[in-house]
Design a binder for this molecule. Structure first.
Ligand SMILES: Nc1ncnc2c1ncn2[C@@H]1O[C@H](COP(=O)(O)OP(=O)(O)OP(=O)(O)O)[C@@H](O)[C@H]1O
Ligand SMILES: [Mg+2]
Length: 271
């Protein structure tokens, strides 16, 4: 047996681990509490009056609780779980859109969040204006955005609609523009909340290819998707959230399979 060649891959693997261990995102015992009214009220005015009179009680609802997670540079992390599990809430924390009620969130680098369709876009402004506005918000000059502009519109395939207000876009069109901007500005961290699923098939293929290129460049990507195939194709590690807590975390295949098994319908007894 040749010990020399045996030990070499080992060394390389260790070096890769050491290299990839720079944490860029840290969630330390994080909790998010929403306060929700216990009853339905017609108008906002009515709500204020009744709230003032003490007739409306606010209930506490923990959308996330005891979340501990660190994500390293260059990692592509999948986030899965049923509706209402807390996935988007977790992404909002990482995007610095909201702050945790308890615990700490540390994020290093520029984040391009694609959390809600068209989020970050002003509905009254045209696609063109929104591209420049988005760029400005992320710290780019007009000249820098001008240089990117054609490429962004080309990728989003929105030349025909670029001077139309974004409010008249379909959700797929808004998602395409969002994705094209976010991936052209070369962020350190890219957050994608179900964004790939609203594009049509050809756009989904194109987006996946671009994300793979992005992954090669060492960007950190967090991907929420209800599509198991996309998660398995893109992610090394997956977090399964359920009722605001991490139910399982590990290699993509294991976690996705365990989640899918839990989702299988239980047969109701026939009467
Ligand atoms: N602004 C808010 N006020 C009150 N409750 C909220 C608010 N936003 C979210 N929630 C609640 O927090 C929980 C988690 O919501 P979240 O949007 O993070 O779920 P999700 O995992 O992204 O679900 P989905 O798969 O449907 O997108 C849900 O029960 C939701 O009703
Ligand atoms: Mg969500």
């Amino acid at each position: 047996m040749n010990l020399h060649t045996e030990s070499e891959p080992q060394l390389t693997a260790n070096m890769q681990v050491a290299e990839s261990q720079e944490n860029v995102i840290l969630l330390d015992n994080v909790g998010v509490r929403y306060r929700i009214a216990s009853e339905q009220v017609g108008t906002f005015k009515e709500y204020l009056i009744r709230r003032f009179q003490g007739q409306i009680k606010l209930g506490d609802f923990w959308a996330l609780r005891h979340i501990n997670l660190s994500i390293s540079k260059g990692e592509v992390l999948g986030l899965i779980g049923p509706n209402g599990a807390g996935k988007s809430t977790m992404l909002k924390l990482i995007a610095r859109v909201m702050r945790p009620t308890s615990g700490r969130v540390l994020v290093k680098g520029m984040v391009a969040p694609l959390i809600e369709f068209g989020a970050g876009f002003h509905p009254d402004l045209t696609g063109r204006e929104n591209i420049f506005l988005n760029g400005a918000l992320l710290g780019f000059t007009n000249d820098e955005m001008q240089e990117k502009f054609d490429r962004i519109v080309e990728f989003a395939e929105l030349w025909e609609f670029i001077d139309v207000p974004v409010r008249n876009y379909s959700s797929g069109m808004a998602a395409r523009l969002g994705f094209a901007v976010a991936t052209d500005i070369d962020p350190d961290i890219l957050i994608l909340d179900e964004i790939l699923s609203v594009g049509d098939e050809s756009f989904q293929r194109k987006s996946l290819a671009r994300m793979k290129g992005f992954r090669h460049l060492g960007a950190t990507i967090i991907l929420v998707s209800h599509n198991a195939e996309t998660i398995l194709e893109m992610c090394q590690r997956v977090v399964w959230l359920e009722h605001g807590q991490i139910k399982m975390i590990g290699a993509s295949k294991e976690v996705v399979e365990a989640y899918q098994a839990s989702q299988e319908p239980t047969h109701e007894p026939t009467q």
